[in-house]
Design a protein around this ligand. Structure first.
Ligand SMILES: *[C@@H]1O[C@H](CO)[C@@H](O)[C@H](O)[C@H]1NC(C)=O
Ligand SMILES: *[C@@H]1O[C@H](CO)[C@@H](O)[C@H](O)[C@H]1NC(C)=O
Ligand SMILES: *[C@@H]1O[C@H](CO)[C@@H](O)[C@H](O)[C@H]1NC(C)=O
Ligand SMILES: *[C@@H]1O[C@H](CO)[C@@H](O)[C@H](O)[C@H]1NC(C)=O
Ligand SMILES: *[C@@H]1O[C@H](CO)[C@@H](O)[C@H](O)[C@H]1NC(C)=O
Ligand SMILES: *[C@@H]1O[C@H](CO)[C@@H](O)[C@H](O)[C@H]1NC(C)=O
Ligand SMILES: *[C@@H]1O[C@H](CO)[C@@H](O)[C@H](O)[C@H]1NC(C)=O
Length: 314
């Protein structure tokens, strides 16, 4: 049985002094890099085809619907703020040295001033979860130096640039997304360091429940639920598991990457590249679901995978 987690996307960042990593030059440039790609609705990509560095461009949903995702990443090094994700103007862009796409991870090797960053977008594929209208969850463990803020995008980025931290305040003037762009930001102050002992880890999940309204072969309308919902009693349980199980999940993902790498690399590096990217595209199209039986309990003998037409019409 697969393990079931909802939070499909885990982002972690390692920081170390520059020149400490010897990175092979980039040879594989898909038109879009998978960032958080796990289901038809958790499907975030970084375009690379715009003639500029991908670090300068907002991530998008697979078909560019509804504008950019507005995910922004900044790092302040020696009092200078650099942008490593997203297209908001202002700070200088960090330099992208190399990118690696595996079955479960997209890794950006980046330099920002005197520091190297290794930014990993992990989408564990042993997991499942998601629906039509959904809820988004952002989470991280409370580590020393963590601050947060909700409010107008420019104010929050300004707080970070000025103070290197956020104000731990909430903006309760709930409003439309394009009305003074409300954002939710988390920052971690790493202090005076030359290297991070542990990565800084953020998690993002998207929950749709039920997943689909399905017409059975006998013509009945049936609601179907994400399979992971059978394994957890609440969303907080899921978030806790994602964060506490992170190191183990990363280990399992890396093992799987390495197995596929070994099995494909003796054919050719091009084959390795396309198998890894193809697997990401496959998981971008599927949802694993379960129904409830006539007794109202999960019907564990009725598990179905659904595929959505993602991409073939473009
Ligand atoms: C690519 O560049 C064009 C022209 O500058 C712009 O209109 C478009 O929004 C850009 N696409 C992305 C994904 O940033
Ligand atoms: C950091 O930069 C700001 C503005 O760029 C400047 O006012 C401040 O003095 C600098 N701080 C240090 C410690 O260099
Ligand atoms: C990016 O690389 C260029 C050329 O080596 C360098 O001048 C610039 O300072 C680097 N930018 C950052 C943010 O490290
Ligand atoms: C910087 O921090 C100080 C002290 O917490 C605060 O008063 C000020 O508003 C902050 N600046 C910004 C731009 O958020
Ligand atoms: C490639 O490696 C796999 C796994 O080690 C092996 O089964 C296969 O025979 C190898 N293929 C070639 C063409 O060497
Ligand atoms: C890999 O792909 C590149 C770019 O399409 C091509 O130039 C190269 O010949 C391919 N290598 C192999 C071993 O097929
Ligand atoms: C569970 O699903 C199976 C397969 O669709 C079906 O045969 C069975 O009647 C269902 N059980 C209940 C309790 O509804």
């Amino acid at each position: 049985m697969l393990r079931r987690l909802i939070l499909h996307f885990v982002l972690f960042v390692l920081v170390s002094p520059i020149l400490s990593q010897n990175v092979a030059p980039q040879t594989f440039w898909p038109a879009a890099l998978p960032l958080a790609v796990r289901t038809p609705y958790l499907n975030a990509w970084q375009p690379t085809d715009n003639g500029t560095t991908p670090l300068d461009i907002w991530p998008y949903f697979w078909n560019y619907a509804n504008g950019p995702l507005g995910w922004a990443g900044h790092i302040k090094v020696d009092n200078t703020t650099y942008r490593w994700l997203g297209g908001d103007p202002g700070d200088s862009t960090a330099n992208l040295t190399s990118v690696q796409v595996t079955l479960t991870r997209t890794i950006y090797y980046v330099t920002a001033g005197t520091m190297d960053l290794r930014i990993t977008f992990l989408s564990p594929i042993e997991t499942s979860g998601q629906a039509e209208d959904g809820n988004v969850y952002y989470a991280m463990s409370l580590v020393s130096g963590t601050t947060f803020q909700t409010g107008r995008d420019q104010d929050i980025r300004g707080s970070f640039e000025t103070n290197g931290s956020l104000l731990d305040t909430q903006d309760t003037d709930y409003r439309a997304i394009n009305d003074d762009f409300p954002v939710f930001a988390i920052a971690v102050d790493l202090g005076l360091i030359t290297t991070t002992a542990n990565p800084v880890v953020w998690a993002l999940g998207y929950v749709r429940n039920p997943v689909i309204q399905y017409t059975t072969p006998t013509g009945e309308s049936q609601l179907r639920y994400p399979y992971w919902a059978t394994q957890y009693s609440s969303i907080s349980d899921v978030i806790n598991e994602v964060l506490s199980d992170f190191n183990a999940a990363l280990g399992r993902a890396t093992d799987l990457d390495n197995q596929v790498m070994a099995a494909t690399s003796n054919i050719s590096t091009n084959y390795t590249d396309i198998v890894h990217l193809g697997a990401r595209q496959t998981f971008a199209g599927i949802d694993i679901t379960v129904s409830k039986g006539t007794d109202g309990a999960w019907n564990m003998s009725d598990v179905k995978i659904f595929m959505k037409n993602v991409g073939t019409d473009r």
